[in-house]
Design a protein around this ligand. Sequence first.
Ligand code: ZN
Ligand code: ZN
Length: 351
Amino acid sequence: VTERVARVRGELERLGIASLLVTDAANVRYLTGLSSSNAAVIVGADKLLLLTDGRYIEAARAVDGVEAVLAERDLPAWLGQGLPRLAEAPVGFEADVLTVAAHESVAASGIALVPTKRVVKGIRAVKEPAELETMRRASRITHDVVTRIAQERLTGRTEAEVAWWVERALRDAGAQAVAFDVIVASGPNAAVPHHRPGPRPIGPGETVIVDLGARLDGYSSDCTRTFATGPLPEALREAYATCRAAQESALAAVRPGASGRDVDAVARAEVAEAGHTVLHGLGHGVGLEIHELPVLSDVSDDVLAVGNVVTVEPGVYVPGLGGVRIEDEVVVTDGPAEILTPFPKDLVELT
Ligand code: ZN
Ligand code: ZN
């Protein structure tokens, strides 16, 4: 924790601020270990305050190296009174987190506020060895469940039933929660990237996209595989081959120094070349949140660094017929990316 706070302190001068007010829940957890729906951290050159209401104050007092401060339930309004006594000005705030209304409340204190972006999120993007260890364990749970799905009969079951089966399998395999709502998309629904599993019975000769992740000790995992329920029509076999090849090419492009745009472009070009419309960016960072930095997309200037954990998940969608998405979660290293989701990517035909 001290190391992480030191890295934030190292940014204060560059940002032209004397203190940073951290209100993002994942950032608060990252800096203090406190998991709370209503807490804030103030990082100054030589102070570290953890503010929260009565529901979390005992947990806050148990955190080593921070000064716990009992605040009121309405934190922004409370800061609107008390911030000048707690923080040295100017105070940076998280412009991509604090709502306009909360900012207005805090600003009522009269203290100088400076917008900042991606300060703690940027630090979080590079994982420490212990974080990587937790993420490997979270990914192993996902891998175990994908392995089980590949032995299931899917035809005749509804998407919603399969999604619930997957969710239970994740919990049985050791997940403390699902990282996000499990996606099961079959037939024409598989052409919709973020389809919500519904009452549609899975038919024969379709693609079924299953996108799942486990939460473990605060960290998420994320993996997608696309299965076939028996032999596929030619258009979907082609879609699978295109997606698979694009995914492998993009994986090979994941290296330190590459930008999110560079890596995205590799898959995007291959998918477009095959005549398909690209419906979403290639991938995203994973960690305490399921979507974090760095971003792999056609508008991302993020530059990959050793220790980043990102997904590589191109999709090929054939409107009205089906779709394919293959997603691996990988660690950026000096060599080839370390794959956390090693389930094979040859097309698996289930019944
Ligand atoms: Zn996913
Ligand atoms: Zn993902």
